[in-house]
Design a protein around this ligand. Sequence first.
Ligand code: HC0
Length: 568
Amino acid sequence: TVNFNLNGREVTVPAGITILEAARLHGVKIPTLCHHPDQRVKANCRVCVVEVEGQKNLAASCATTVAAGMKVKTNSPRIRETVQTILELIFANHPQECLTCIRNGNCELRRLAADYGMLEVKGEMVTDALPLDTSTPSLVRNPNKCIKCGRCAEVCHHVQETGVLYSHFRSVDVQVAPEYGKYLSDVACVLCGQCAAVCPVGAIHEKDDIASVWAALDDPGKHVVVQVAPAVRVSIAEEFGQPPGTIATGRLVSALRKLGFDRVFDTDFTADLTIMEEGHELLHRLKTGGALPLMTSCSPGWVKYIEHNYPELLPHVSTCKSPQQMFGALAKSYYSQKSGIDPADIFVVSIMPCTAKKFESQRPEMNASGHQDVDAVLTTRELGRILKQAGVDFATLEDDAFDDPLGISTGAAAIFGVTGGVMEAALRTVYEVVTGQELADVEFTAVRGLEGIKEATVDLAGTSVKVAVAHGLGNARRIMDLLRAGQADYTFIEIMCCPGGCIGGGGQPYGTTNAVRRQRIEAAYRVDAGLAIRKSHHNPAIAKLYEEFLRHPLSETSHHLLHTRYKN
Ligand code: HC0
């Protein structure tokens, strides 16, 4: 520990931390903009400046380590004046469109303006008129609102290692954009939306598809069904001020009914189905000498990433479509037949924690039912907004249950949204199918947790199977490089595009940090532990689906509706 003087008070803090962190530990709030708790220090914005006795210049508290005996002031006329000047300069170059901005209500710049009592914009407004990038189905980039904090570029380069967003030009001309000012659709962007998740303002955000969902709900000729991804039930409550890790499954179902959906179904149902199909695909590859290791295919940002960066490894990717897409294909075939509703009249909405899911739903491979299988995708943040538009008071809702049959699921599906969850769910099923014995302890703790790459070896009736799990594309890259070099001895690999898995998806509520990820992850494991059935192959609705429609895993109907090959 070290002792230093903070605003006239002697305090003790752990050695090696910054003034910003030390101040927070002692209840002193220093404003920040470019700082993000999970990112490397950038010290771009300088709104976190403090006075350190004996130093001529103000110090950026995010980039200054506490030293023993330091005397630090976080509030003084000089600091207030400096921060106000910085804010004035940002405002003079920032469109005053707060009322119609998608970040109205959760903009970090606006909050700072309020905290600092910025009642006027001094000087001349010099706003840009750069074109918006609406080139992808997932994201909108509005360079005019960019405050050049660098958070998006940081996550794009150093976490996802996709290297799409760069800082260009110098001084007042700085722009954060893809190379040569290209559109996102023209570069190797995977549309994960991690940039949008960390943007403090409205410079990059999800494409808002709420209008198309309202249009379907208001159309009496449409039978509108909704599916909800596993990660949304442990995060949606945050949109209504509740703490991360709040489990809101029952209230989520009630809320969706209030919006007017004809059926409220669950992506967890097709997550169980994915385990059946992908588990049998693994066994089939083991038996027939197919491409191994098998790699999961449910994360669309990951699929897009391997298409761009490692196309020669595509044969390793499972042919299974993601649970979202399996659901769409079944809604417009199996459910259509059972309910007697023409698939042309069925409109499928997905609620996803993910911006890449919007892109996935529009891929040309995703029309197996003869129609676009999923019609519209809303992120968790959009779900929060549409519920607010409808006046749904989320906090006071009663619990309700998903509809039959596409709403029945197990604990194995509940953990899909967590890094390692798909692997754990698959192992629960593959183990029992191969050994014919009951798996007593269903929890594969070796694949749990936030470590970037996790490994485990599982004994399947004498055959030992080595598995790996990676989350975040920087970690995926490391495994792909091993595989490319012939140095990976894995049989099965799970990759999730976003750090933490879908619970940390680019469409999740703002404020996602590793601490928040941990709380959502714990909640997902609590959902699993609380369910009576925790193995996908024990899901009675899945058994019925095979009996009535698909016949058996990897059947011809399964292949037609639920599998595809990604080629590039
Ligand atoms: Fe996921 Fe999924 S778990 S990708 O993270 O597999 O988005 O939550 O819905 O499809 O089920 C996201 C989350 C899903 C899919 C499922 C998978």
